[in-house]
Ligand binder design. Structure first.
Ligand code: NAD
Ligand code: G6P
Ligand code: MN
Length: 443
């Protein structure tokens, strides 16, 4: 059986030990020759690798595990790159969330102005990663990218590196499906979804469990409780702010019950309510630093001192399993159906062909193949998608043309921003905060 070299770019990510655990849990189908981690912050990566290495030693003793800060050694002859970088780390995420909030606008890391700030930081290093892959890795190497904001990163890659083998993915739909298992009493692999939209901007139109349509049952449950079952299986989204998010889905379903929306629709459809729920002094970045990050670093210290650590310090979850499932389907040509981000090209007939959309695709050895052709979507969803798409496309224009005007238009088009004047105030503050990261935006 062929063996593969996998590189995790963003080796210092809080998700790395979970992804590695998921990867090694499939070691009989997807055999590794070497596992490498790559990060620009060698010290953070060294720390996280203490736990990552212990996972390797436990699950696949003898597997070569190497740490890199040099792209050439990291990407050399690789078969797969799993990308999960965060440009500017949590310090900048905190500003993405807090700057818009201080100006009375939703602050979020992937939606609204916060997501746009993150995107203008992320595009350049993502292009660099793709270039490293093309320069050093095997010719048929694939990059599976989780790095956010995945929607805008995908649009930027489509334009800047159109021929590269990059598949952008998101764990939110599978995270939601994992929550649904408690209501449907099944495993999440037994749920077959139909779904359309942009990343973090879409709707489930069907939820079949072992072939039987059960979306109405899900809608009734959500109308009453939100997507918040008694047993909270999904450990990734367990913190207080995520609980609120899942509960908020109730309000959306009681307004529009044609489909089951992605949780991120709360930012676009329930703006006033969400703004009231957010705390401008303590955002999700703080919750993550005090929670997921602190817990993991505590376990690292404990392991370095005692050789033991709390096994609850990280988990695999849908997040880890999903990227490995997608990679496995690519490697072994399994043709399994997953929701991924691809260029429209006629899959949805009443959206532009060049939109990067999130839909079910068959994952083959040659990449994703859409399961939709000429799907027609309703006017309401189409209108919302087109506005968001225009906002995201203007933002990529702003990056490529160094254009202040395009960035202002991107923020103005975003449904989370109340006016062009507000967009200008937020943009000017974000420019100041991001001066070490953003391209210069010229007026
Ligand atoms: P984190 O800050 O813990 O880890 C990110 C790591 O990336 C850091 O160690 C940092 O040093 C490193 N990094 C930054 N720039 C880099 C570069 N140019 N090259 C190599 N490494 C670089 O962040 P996290 O919370 O673990 O999240 C990691 C990423 O995964 C984020 O982009 C996050 O949004 C994304 N994510 C996406 C999904 C999804 O559904 N698409 C789900 C979860 C996380
Ligand atoms: C979901 C989304 C990801 C996002 C994550 C944020 O899983 O799909 O795109 O990165 O939530 O999670 P966090 O715990 O960092 O707030
Ligand atoms: Mn996502």
């Amino acid at each position: 059986m062929k063996k593969y070299i996998v590189v995790i770019a963003g080796g210092g990510s809080t998700f790395t030990p979970g992804v590695v655990k998921a990867l090694l849990s499939k070691k009989n189908e997807f055999k590794l020759d070497e596992l490498r981690v790559f990060d620009i912050d060698g010290e953070r990566q060294r720390k996280i690798s203490v736990i990552t290495k212990s996972v390797v030693d436990e699950m696949d003793p003898g597997l070569l595990f190497t740490e890199h800060t040099n792209p050439e050694s990291a990407f050399q002859d690789a078969d797969f790159i799993f990308a999960q970088i965060r440009t500017g780390k949590y310090a900048m995420r905190e500003l993405d969330e807090k700057i818009p909030l201080s100006l009375g606008t939703i602050g979020q890391e992937t939606c609204g102005p916060g997501g746009m700030a993150y995107a203008l930081r992320a595009i350049k290093p993502m292009v660099e990663l793709v270039d490293y892959m093309e320069k050093y890795s095997k010719k048929d190497c694939w990059m599976i990218n989780y790095s956010n904001p995945a929607s805008i990163v995908a649009e930027a890659m489509r334009r800047l590196r159109p021929n590269s083998k990059v598949l952008n993915i998101c764990d939110m739909p599978v995270g939601m499906m994992q929550k649904m298992t408690d209501i449907f009493k099944c495993d999440y692999e037994e749920i077959e979804p139909e779904y359309f939209g942009l990343n973090h901007f879409g709707w489930f139109t069907s939820l079949k469990v072992n072939g039987v349509e059960r979306i109405d049952e899900m809608k009734s449950f959500i109308k009453e409780h939100g997507l918040f079952p008694e047993t909270n299986y999904d450990l990734q989204h367990k913190d207080a702010s995520w609980q609120k998010t899942y509960k908020n889905m109730k309000y959306i379903l009681n307004l529009f019950d044609d489909y089951v929306p992605n949780t991120y629709m709360q930012y676009y459809l329930l703006g006033d309510l969400v703004l009231n729920q957010l705390n401008k002094d303590y955002t999700r970045a703080n919750e993550v630093m005090d929670g997921r990050e602190a817990t993991l670093f505590k376990a690292i210290d404990e392991y370095e001192k005692t050789g033991n650590y709390d096994r609850e310090a990280f988990h695999v979850g849908a997040h880890g399993l999903f990227i490995v499932d997608v990679a496995n389907s690519l490697v072994n040509d399994l043709n399994k159906k997953y929701l991924v981000i691809v260029e429209n090209n006629g899959a949805i007939k009443n959206l532009p062909n060049d939109a990067m959309i999130e839909i079910p695709c068959l994952i083959t050895k040659d990449g994703p193949v859409s399961t939709y052709k000429n799907l027609e979507i309703p006017t309401f969803n189409k209108g919302m998608i087109e506005q968001q798409l225009a906002s995201e496309k203007c933002l990529v224009d702003a990056y490529m043309e160094n254009s202040y005007d395009k960035a202002l238009k991107a923020l103005t088009l975003n449904k989370t921003v109340s006016s062009a004047l507000k967009a200008k105030d937020i943009l000017d503050s974000l420019i100041e905060a991001n001066k070490d990261f953003w391209p210069e935006l010229r007026k």
